[in-house]
Structure formats: C-alpha cells, structure tokens
Design a protein around this ligand. Structure first.
Ligand code: DGT
Ligand code: CA
Ligand code: CA
Length: 361
C-alpha cells in the first residue's frame, strides 16, 4: 500500500518576508503584486495569518486590504519573487531527501512517495515527516504543513485540515471518519461551480458523493470526472507521484554600482559571477556546456549572447574564459550603458555518475 505525503509551506511569501525581517512577525504582513497602475493598483499575493484574521487573503485588491487593516499597524511589502524562489529551492532540497519519489507542484508545494522509507507503516511515515519538518525549521526557521495518506488527494486534504504548522495522518481506515464529513469543495478539483451543481443534486459532503446516483453524476460531469470523484473520495485514485527533474539551468545576476560600458569596470563583476556560478554548479554536482552572458541596459532592455563550450565545465576559470569574449561582444554592440549583468549556465550534466563523464574530459 502506498503512503503519500503532501508538503505545503505556510503563508509562503509572507513567511519569507518575516524570516528576512523578524520584527514584523507579530503584525499583519501583506505581500503585494503592484500593477504599476496608480499608487495602490494591484493584488494581494498572500498574507500572514494575523492579516487573515482581518479578512485579507490572496487575490483581493491591495486597496481592499489597506481598508481592512486601516486601524492597525500593518506591513505592505512588494513581492520579491527571486527571494521566494531561493527559499523554495533550499527548502525543497531538504524535502527531497525524505522521499522515495519527489514531485514539486508549485513554488511552495510538493508530493512525496514515502512508501519504501516508511515500509508502508503510517506511524513510521509520521516520524519521518516530523523529522523533515524539524530540519526545515532548524535550518530556515520556516514552518510548513504536512498531510499523509494513501493517495495524493487524501494527502492534500490532510494538509488543508492542519494549516498552519501542522501535520495530519489519514489512514485508509480513517477516511470515512475524517474525510467523508467534509464539504465537497475540500476535494481537490471541486471549485465553487462544481460545488453548486453537486448541491443541486443533494451532494454536500464528500461522503455524499459515494451515496449519489452515479449515472446522475455522469450526466452532469461526464464519466471521467465522475469516476475521479468517486475514487478520490475513497482514497483510491491512483495518480502517481512523478519525479521532478532538476532545474535545467543556473544563473547569477548583479546590479552594477554605476551604469557603464567600460570593459575594465565590468570585468570584476564578470569574475565575481563566474566564481559564484562555479560554486553553484559544484555544490549541486553539475557541469555546464552552455554559458550565456546577459546585460540589462539602463533603459531596462536586455541583450545577451551564448556559447557552447567544447566540453562540460564548472570551474571559475573555464566559465570566465567562455564568458569574457561574450561580454566583449555585448559591449561592442550595446547601444546603451549596462545596468545589470547576469551569467547563466545551461545544458547541464549531472556528475552523479562521474565515470560516464570521463568521456567528456
Ligand atoms: P497557506 O498555504 O494557506 O498557509 O498560504 P500560502 O500563502 O502559502 O498559500 P498557497 O500555498 O495557496 O500559495 C503559495 C504562494 O503562492 C503564496 O504565498 C503566494 C502565491 N499565491 C497564492 N495565491 C496567489 C494569488 O492569487 N495571486 C498571486 N500573485 N500569488 C498567489
Ligand atoms: Ca502554502
Ligand atoms: Ca501551495
């Protein structure tokens, strides 16, 4: 019997901001995506649980959130997606270690097949996931919620039951008790519209799905979706955890102190980026064949040039050697001064199997 875990990081963007600046932690924190139209145009990406008590949630206009929080001291922070991406990668690298099979489904969410690790034992599975939660918290001071069950759907439902900073196990035997009383829209895939249609035929809870007339469901949702509802409600849908393959590229970017087009001034930045990129490749066990240099100009236009090395590389020296002529070429054809410089490695080769690499080096 499979055991699947779902890991979801709590109020993710807002929690990253709290980690960066712990002094805001006991106040409402709202992470905003500004549209650029008007001072307060845009939407809320997410908010911490204190702000949620005031009704602030993902997707509402920033203006509405400001209104809800007008009588309290609150923090409105523009989203820093690079920062969240970086936290996400670091946390997911920990999560991965605890899985037989690991599938990342969004920036803050992953499914783990832990059947082998736990020997199909739910008590063991719980212990393993508690250890993982602990390691994530120890290393990053970041909390997450974990759900464990016999299928992806049940694992996800378990996670939603215990947010934030919780853990929940639902064994197959516990499904009637813990899952069937829940409202139908707790089942992943059932949104407000399907909920309405189900209510119209008297189906309010997940358990009601199993008592409903199957042909009636089919007449509304079709056979495929109806079958999914019925299997999912019993923890019997068989969607596998699909291994997520590693990122196919790494990059590093820097903002120049002064905008410039002078090679001598830009060179130290390229050296620094080569060093950082080399470190990233090495610490992730990768060689790269492709190197690309990109410049963001002072009008925010972007120019770039790439080249494939003759063999996979990952040393600072080799990276710089490929990158320097690319930079010189960009400087030559750039109409404007450089504002930022980025270096990217692609066409990556993992050196887990170092032997197979010998034919390259
Ligand atoms: P949670 O899981 O309920 O504790 O809270 P979050 O914020 O982690 O919610 P989740 O897992 O649905 O989404 C993960 C991140 O994705 C969230 O921190 C920000 C982003 N996100 C979610 N919904 C929206 C949205 O409607 N708009 C934008 N721009 N970003 C969103
Ligand atoms: Ca989340
Ligand atoms: Ca999520």
């Amino acid at each position: 019997m499979s055991i699947i875990a779902c890991v979801d990081l709590d109020y993710f963007y807002a929690q990253c901001e709290e980690i960066l600046n712990p002094s805001i932690k006991d106040k409402p924190v709202v992470v905003c995506i500004y549209s650029g139209r008007g001072k307060e145009g845009g939407a809320v990406a997410t908010a911490n649980y204190i702000a949620r008590k005031y009704g602030v949630k993902s997707g509402i206009p920033i203006k509405t959130a400001k209104n809800l929080l007008k009588d309290v001291e609150a923090y409105f922070i523009p989203a820093n997606l690079d920062l969240y991406e970086k936290f996400s990668q670091e946390v997911m690298n920990i999560v991965k270690k605890y899985a037989d099979v690991f599938e990342q489904v969004s920036v803050d969410e992953a499914y783990l097949d832990i059947t082998k690790q736990s020997n199909s034992d739910y008590k063991k599975a719980l212990e393993i996931m508690l250890r993982m939660k602990e390691e994530i918290f120890q290393k990053h001071k970041l909390t997450c919620t974990v759900g464990i069950g016999p299928s992806k759907v049940i694992a996800k439902i378990a996670t939603d039951l215990k947010k934030p900073n919780g853990i929940e196990v639902i064994t197959p035997e516990e499904i009637p008790l813990k899952v069937w009383p829940l409202s139908v829209d707790s089942l992943p895939g059932i949104g407000p519209r399907s909920k309405k249609r189900l209510e119209n035929i008297g189906v309010k809870t997940i358990g009601d799905i199993l008592n409903a007339d199957f042909m009636k469901l089919v007449s509304i949702f079709g056979k495929k979706i109806s079958t999914y509802f019925v299997l999912a409600a019993q923890g019997k849908e068989t969607e596998q955890v699909k291994e997520t393959y590693e990122v196919k590229q790494f990059s590093r970017m820097v903002t120049l102190k002064n905008n410039t087009l002078q090679f001598n001034e830009i060179k130290p930045y390229l050296e620094q980026l080569s060093k950082e990129l080399s470190e990233t490749l090495k610490s992730n066990n990768y060689f790269a064949k492709g190197i690309s240099v990109m410049a963001v100009l002072d009008d925010l236009n972007i120019i770039s040039k790439s080249k494939l090395a003759d063999k996979p590389i990952n040393s600072e020296k080799d990276i710089y050697k490929i990158a320097e002529p690319l930079l010189l070429d960009l400087i030559k054809r750039s109409p404007r001064m450089f504002r930022r410089l980025a270096l990217r490695a692609y066409d990556l080769i993992s050196y887990e199997g170092i032997e197979s690499l010998e034919r390259f080096v």
